[in-house]
Design a protein around this ligand. Structure first.
Ligand code: ZN
Length: 386
């Protein structure tokens, strides 16, 4: 009897050891290894039916790795939208909702002025750039949101955990659930957009840069309500993201399946996808490595024309002016935005000079914890998901 018990214990221990999470962090691959991996992954599918099976398995692995399988119950958003500011052609409000009971997502809602009917909705997550005006408070992020709103979109720009209002109220980005919380917050941000009477739920897009690019392609991969996706300077076959909110959970590799961020981005197919890449970071090979892999997937759907790559060989990491200029026409084309009054035909540029860059203090939803509802979780608390 004892021997039986011992072998049960040993089997259990060996199972636990076999299930130890495999994390692909940062430059987990060399560039050459990434090319070889893409080749191995390509060999798993050669037609649409096979790709769909592969895509379902990758999607399942992302959700399981992120502790979101099965998806948690949708709980009341209890959204709060307040402090409307009126600018030239658009308004900005402070907005928040509860992704889980007591766990708040903070952001700003940009809306066009003087337009009627349902509008496209665009989510704008942000990257890891710090500073007193980091995250969603950055002027490049404000410019992106304001310009899209002036062209008719309803735009929600929202904090990562431990940035912006979340940081101000005491949360740290080092929170062990960061990847789970941010992916779930993006899913709930789509829910939030769908509650707005001026948003067309069939026209929801997302764009983000760097860590915000990771959030963009992860959401697009797991939520088919996203109609258009523009991840900026992040989709790379050899770089998996260096932060635990991007690669700190086993979403890329298990004993059963290996994937990388190029393939995760391909899960957008057949929906319009624009990869914006630069020579100055880990997206430098996009035109010859990641983009061809992704185009092949779109080809299975006969939709190659909606997968694009705008590459800037002399640019560095970030969502600077030129890269925003590449994103705007893609959103105009695929979300039906109206560029009149914003696009200048003579310069072929989208005008950002009429945007108002707000001060941090006016952008907040809550200034102190005392202003928050009583049931708000304490900063740093673990967030219950079941
Ligand atoms: Zn992070």
């Amino acid at each position: 009897m004892k021997r039986v018990l011992l072998s049960v214990v040993l089997i259990s221990i060996s199972c636990i050891a076999a299930e130890k999470p495999i994390l692909c962090v940062g430059k987990y691959h060399s560039e050459a290894e990434a090319v070889a991996q893409l080749k191995r992954m390509s060999a798993t599918h050669s037609n649409l039916t096979q790709w769909k099976a592969r895509a379902a398995a990758v999607r399942q692995q992302i959700l399981t790795g992120a502790n979101l399988n099965p998806l948690p119950k949708r709980t009341p958003l209890n959204s709060i939208i307040k402090n409307k500011r009126i600018y030239k052609g658009y308004t900005v409000e402070s907005a928040t909702f509860e992704a889980r009971p007591g766990y708040f997502v903070y952001g700003n809602l940009y809306r066009p002025l003087g337009r009627t009917g349902k509008r496209s909705g665009i989510l704008c997550p942000h990257g890891h750039a710090r500073g007193p005006e980091g995250g969603r408070l950055r002027s490049d992020q404000q410019n992106r949101c304001a310009t899209l709103a002036r062209m008719g979109a309803v735009v929600f720009s929202y904090d990562m955990i431990g940035f912006g209002d979340s940081e101000h109220l005491g949360w740290s980005h080092k929170h062990p659930q960061a990847l789970t919380l941010q992916t779930w917050s993006s899913i709930r941000a789509v829910d939030f957009m769908e509650t707005l009477s001026d948003v067309d739920e069939n026209k929801i897009g997302i764009t983000g840069c760097s860590g915000g690019g990771t959030q963009a392609f992860l959401l697009t991969a797991v939520d088919d309500r996203v109609a258009v996706s523009v991840p900026v300077v992040m989709v790379s076959a050899h770089f998996f993201g260096g932060c635990h909110c991007e690669s700190g959970m086993p979403i890329h590799k298990t004993s059963k399946l290996e994937t990388n961020n190029a393939e995760i981005a391909a899960l957008a197919a057949p929906r319009p996808l624009l990869l914006i890449s630069v020579g100055g970071d880990w997206t430098k090979n996009t035109p010859v490595v990641e983009y061809p892999y992704i185009r092949r997937v779109y080809n299975f759907f006969g939709k190659e024309s909606v997968a694009e790559n705008a590459h800037f060989p002399n640019q560095r990491h970030g969502y600077q002016y030129l890269k925003r200029q590449a994103m705007y026409p893609f959103m105009v084309k695929h979300l039906g935005l109206d560029r009149s009054g914003v696009y200048d035909k003579s310069t072929e540029l989208y005008d950002e000079s009429k945007n108002t860059i707000e001060k941090v203090t006016i952008m907040r939803t809550f200034n102190t914890l005392d202003e928050m509802p009583e049931h708000a979780l304490k900063p740093g608390a673990m967030v219950p998901f079941r």
